[in-house]
Every structure is written in structure tokens, then in C-alpha cells.
Design a protein around this ligand. Structure first.
Ligand code: ARG
Length: 312
């Protein structure tokens, strides 16, 4: 009786995964803010690449739906080619969204679009609060702030994009622990290109993307049998930039060796090529933002208010 009432009270949050995406209508590489981006090589085949991007995105969208995800869309906008990378829109946990502030002016123009998107989600009750960072602090959303459900903490990357000081904003806003790791390789300029916290507790990561101190923190917090260090071949195709939905891992591509290693741990890899987005320095995780992540404290609070609600 109690169980049934609980399920019926929160239909939106009960989906396997609730994800924000943005159609790539206006996606292109027409400026360069990371080493992957080459506007002149994009321009040479712009039409073909734009069509490829649309096909690849549609296949990713379908793969995520097939894996059980419910998808929300923020409208695309002309002149904002990187708006497709919704991972950068905000940090979201326990229904709260902390809106991103971007490092580069090219992407700062996306901020009002994402803010409007979150206000709409709030109006529908998908998100309970929408907050802004204080002036002068840069934080590029979940691209640099990855929730680790197993350890009940955020892995945060800083340096190329997000400021180290953003760790305090995140810790305060969400009341959660934040492990801040300095990024050391310009090709892995957002942490999500180099680290993924899988639902079984494994952390898949690119060792060379972090400083020695960063690697030491990873070693300290993740037992050796749960560390999946990626070799160059997988790092270069952004295999760490995977979306985990249950035991399905959706990514652009990976080696047979990594696929087998992940299979041993009970994961099924679904590879769906995202080559046109790799030209912008992004892959599967970058193109998505989880809206349904919960901390241990957040879930406990929710259960408590549901119990109160049921008793009343
Ligand atoms: N071109 C985009 C940028 O440089 C790619 C963003 C990829 N997103 C991510 N979460 N890694 O900002």
C-alpha cells in the first residue's frame, strides 16, 4: 500500500534515466576553443558533416531511448553551434540545477538559452530549483562535474575551463563532497572527456589527463580492481565519455579489449559513431545531461517527505 502510493507520487523521477539533449540543427565547428576543433577542415565539407552530425545525433538519441532513457530537449539556436553539448548546461543533483558559466565568450552566449530551458523544466516540476554561480566563477556544468553514485560525491575537473574555486560553490549548493582534480592535457579540457564513474563503482579514466596529484586522489578513492585506466587508443576516441544507463554503456567507439573488459564487469557496450562531434571535442556524455541524479542525503530526504505525505 505504502509502496504503491510512493510510486504514484513521483512519476517523473521514476524513469531509468532522465536526460536533457539539444538537436544539432545549427551544430558546426566554426571557432576553435579546444585542440580538436579545426574550422577550416570543417568548412571544406560543412554540408556533408552537418548532415552526418544530424544522423549520428539521431542514432544516439534512439540508442538512449532504447536503453530506457526519457529525453527532454532544449531548443537549438542559430549561431550557437555548441549548444548541443548539454552536459555543459548545468550541474544537476537532487532536483537542483546550478547553471553553468562558460570560460569562452563563444559559449557564454549559450547561458541564457540553458537558463530558459531549466526554468521550463522547473515549471513542469522536473527540477525544483535553478541557481546561478556568483560573479567571477567559471564552471562548465557536468562536463567538469561528474556525479559518482557509488561514492556519493562529485569528481570535478578544473584548469582549462572550470575554476578550482567552483568546488566550494558545488559543495555548498548540493551539500556533497567534491574531489577536485587538475586537468593536465589540453586534449582533455573537460573532465568528462577523461573520466567516467560507472554504476558498479568502476571509474574509467585517462591517467595522462590528470596531474600526479589528481592521479593520487583517484588511486586513494578507487580500489585498484575498480580502476579502468584507458590506453591511448581508447582515450583518443573519447571512450571515457560514455553514458551509462543501467548496465548499458553508450559511447562513440572503443577497442575490442575495452569492450571485453567492460563485458567481464557486466556492462554491455553500445557503440554509436559520433565522429562529427569528436571534431568539436565532444562525444556521447557531452551530448547529454542527467536530470535524475540523486545523492544519498537527497534520496533519504525525499523518502521522508513521501512518508509524511502518505501518513497525512
Ligand atoms: N566544442 C565544445 C567546447 O569546446 C565541446 C564541448 C564538449 N562537452 C563536454 N562536456 N566535454 O566547449
Amino acid at each position: 500500500m505504502t509502496m504503491q502510493a510512493t510510486v504514484m507520487q513521483a512519476p517523473v523521477m521514476q524513469a531509468t534515466a532522465h536526460i536533457l539533449m539539444c538537436r544539432p540543427q545549427y551544430f558546426a565547428v566554426n571557432y576553435a576553443i579546444n585542440p580538436w576543433m579545426d574550422p577550416s577542415s570543417w568548412a571544406r565539407e560543412a554540408r556533408v558533416l552537418a548532415a552526418t552530425a544530424r544522423r549520428e545525433w539521431t542514432a544516439l538519441h534512439r540508442a538512449l531511448q532504447n536503453a530506457g532513457a526519457q529525453i527532454e530537449l532544449v531548443p537549438s539556436a542559430p549561431g550557437l553551434p555548441d549548444l548541443v553539448f548539454t552536459a555543459n548546461a548545468a550541474v544537476v543533483l537532487d532536483g537542483k540545477a546550478l547553471l553553468a558559466r562558460f570560460r569562452h565568450p563563444e559559449r557564454r552566449a549559450e547561458e541564457p538559452r540553458f537558463a530558459a530551458g531549466f526554468r521550463k523544466l522547473q515549471a513542469r516540476g522536473v527540477i525544483t530549483s535553478v541557481r546561478t554561480l556568483r560573479d567571477g566563477v567559471t564552471l562548465e556544468g557536468a562536463g567538469d562535474c561528474v556525479w559518482d553514485e557509488t561514492r556519493n560525491l562529485f569528481w570535478m575537473g578544473y584548469g582549462p575551463r572550470s575554476d578550482e574555486a567552483a568546488r566550494h560553490a558545488v559543495a555548498e549548493e548540493f551539500g556533497a563532497e567534491v574531489l577536485a582534480l587538475k586537468l593536465a592535457d589540453p586534449s582533455f579540457y573537460h573532465m568528462d572527456t577523461a573520466l567516467s564513474a560507472l554504476p558498479g563503482g568502476e571509474v574509467m579514466y585517462v591517467p595522462g589527463a590528470f596531474t600526479a596529484e589528481g592521479r593520487a586522489i583517484i588511486h586513494e578513492r578507487v580500489a585498484s580492481d575498480l580502476r579502468i585506466a584507458l590506453a591511448d587508443e581508447d582515450a583518443r576516441q573519447l571512450a571515457a565519455n560514455a553514458v551509462a544507463i543501467g548496465r548499458t554503456l553508450v559511447l562513440s567507439g572503443c577497442s575490442d579489449g575495452l569492450r571485453a573488459r567492460l563485458a567481464e564487469r557486466g556492462y554491455q557496450v553500445h557503440a554509436t559513431p559520433l565522429g562529427s562531434f569528436l571534431r568539436s571535442g565532444g562525444s556521447a556524455f557531452c551530448l547529454t545531461l542527467r536530470l535524475d541524479r540523486h545523492s544519498a542525503q537527497g534520496s533519504a530526504q525525499e523518502q521522508q517527505s513521501e512518508r509524511v505525505g502518505t501518513a497525512a
